[in-house]
Design a protein around this ligand. Structure first.
Ligand code: SF4
Length: 53
């Protein structure tokens, strides 16, 4: 289980000084609604991302 998540998505509501402050995050294969295999890192995405207004 990850205890620290470093992130560079600066406009997410959970982002603070290069770290994620969310209690938990979900990472998925981009465009896949269920478990799937990624070919490379660019096919993964953080589904917990929420844009800061
Ligand atoms: S929820 Fe995802 S995108 Fe947002 S700060 Fe955490 S890791 Fe980054």
């Amino acid at each position: 289980m990850a205890t620290k998540v470093y992130c560079r998505v600066a406009n997410c509501v959970h982002w603070d000084s290069n770290k994620c402050t969310a209690q938990e995050i979900t990472i998925a294969v981009e465009g896949a609604p269920t478990n799937a295999s990624a070919v490379n890192d660019r096919q993964t995405e953080c589904e917990t991302f929420k844009k800061r207004d």
